[in-house]
Structures are given as C-alpha cells and as structure tokens.
Design a protein around this ligand. Structure first.
Ligand SMILES: [Zn+2]
Length: 253
C-alpha cells in the first residue's frame, strides 16, 4: 500500500516541539532526554487525521472537521510522546480525534495571535494602573460599585464560563471606580491618554475576534497579551484592567 507520510525537516520538528513547549500535550511527559551529555528527541510526529486511513477510519471520521486538506501539513500534525501516539492510533475513535483536533486548533490560534503581538502595543502609562492596583496604601480608596450598574450580563454570552464571568463582575465591582479615577488623573497630565489606551485595547480585541470569537478565548488572550506587554508585572492586575474595559464598553461590545 502507498504510504502518504512524508519526512519532516529538523526545523519543522523544532517548530512542533516548541509548539507544545517540549512536553506531550496529552500526558505531560517530557519529549526529550539527556544522555552522556547530549540531548535527544523522544517524540513522534502524530497525524491527527491519519496519513493512511483504513476504510473503517475513513468511515468513522467522515463527518469530522479537518485541520488541513493536506494530511502532511504542519496544521494536521502534533508532537506527542510515543505512548500517547500509539494509544491515539489504536483503535481510532471519534472522541479522541475531536479532542486532538480542538487541542491542535488552540495551539494554531495561540501561535497566530502571538505572532501579531509586535503589531499591537500599549502605552506605558497602563503600568501605572497595574502598580496602583498592587499598592496596599490605596486599599481605603477602593469603593465598591453598585451591582446594578454592571453591564457584564448584557455583554456576555454562553461562550464565557460562569466562573470567569463571576471573576469579571467582582473585579468591576471592586476596582472600577478606583481605576476610573486613576485614568482621570492620567488624562490631566497626558490629554487623551485614556482614549489612546482604550483604542489600543480595542484594536487587539478586534484582532482576537478575527481568530476566535469565544469570549473565554478573548478574555484569556487579552489578559495574556497585556501581561506580556507590561513585562509580566502582574497577571492578576491585568485581569482587573481587562474587566474594566469590558464594563467600559471597549471589549465585548
Ligand atoms: Zn503522552
């Protein structure tokens, strides 16, 4: 029988290894080992849709979405440990196919959005907000917002899990008033600084929407981006700032 598999180059293998951060995305095992001073790769490149599907596999996968029309495209392969690869292939199941499909799709989308980070900057004044949120001297200035003024319910949909929505609501209630005052102060010395920051966040929000419109994905991606753009100062503070912009109409509008 004809074998449709192709050999992958060292650079392609490196990309696939990096895509999963050097660990099997199914079981977490490391995908390299060190012996006598050298490092060796210990992984397989698994086809998600099989390269040489048997007739029964074609049948069970006939209604499934494909990551690429070319089985050897990097979009249809993933670095995994040899054991997980074997289990995935024998016997093939629709449930595992769907799980691996979603996993790889997420990795593709993560890479796509990260490749745009350098195009979407945010001005450094946002760091002032993060630092003030982290300053215990301001604790007395935190005035809770009335739950009735929350706009989160009307702006969110079923793609946002309850636990994230609850966190966003609590962050808005706890910090909205405080952050608003900080922005007013910033605008006094730097006119239109708030508007600039808001439009930068909105610009990246639209970029996320081009890739995946799930609100869970958008929220997590906005937080990760802001965290990277502010030198990983505080992920928690970034969550609070993103919650602010959700309430303030820039995000999820
Ligand atoms: Zn594994």
């Amino acid at each position: 029988m004809q074998d449709n598999r192709r050999d992958f180059s060292d650079n392609e293998k490196m990309l696939l290894f990096n895509e999963v951060d050097g660990h099997c995305p199914i079981c977490g095992d490391t995908l390299s080992h060190k012996k006598k001073g050298s490092i060796y790769r210990t992984f397989d490149i698994a086809h998600i849709y099989p390269a040489n599907p048997r007739p029964e596999e074609v049948k069970i996968l006939e209604n499934e979405l494909l990551l690429s029309s070319d089985v050897n495209d990097l979009k249809n392969v993933i670095a995994v440990c040899k054991k997980c690869h074997k289990i995935f292939d024998t016997p093939r199941t629709v449930e595992e196919y769907q799980k691996w499909y979603r996993l790889k799709l997420r990795l593709i989308q993560d890479a796509e959005i990260k490749n745009t980070y350098q195009l979407f900057n945010i001005e450094s004044e946002i760091k002032t907000i993060l630092e003030n949120l982290n300053n215990p001297n301001f604790e007395d200035e935190l005035i809770s917002l009335n739950y009735e003024s929350l706009k989160i319910d009307e702006k969110t949909n079923s793609t946002l899990p309850f636990i994230i929505k609850r966190t966003i609501k609590r962050d808005v209630v706890d910090y909205f008033d405080f952050i608003k005052k900080l922005f007013i102060e910033i605008n006094k010395t730097n006119p239109y600084k708030f508007e600039t920051l808001a439009s930068q966040i909105k610009g990246f929000y639209f970029k996320c929407m081009q890739i995946n419109q799930s609100q869970e994905y958008i929220y997590n991606t906005l937080v990760d981006w802001l965290c990277i753009k502010t030198d990983n100062y505080s992920k928690r503070a970034c969550e609070i700032v993103i919650a602010y912009f959700i309430q303030d109409c820039e995000v999820f509008s």
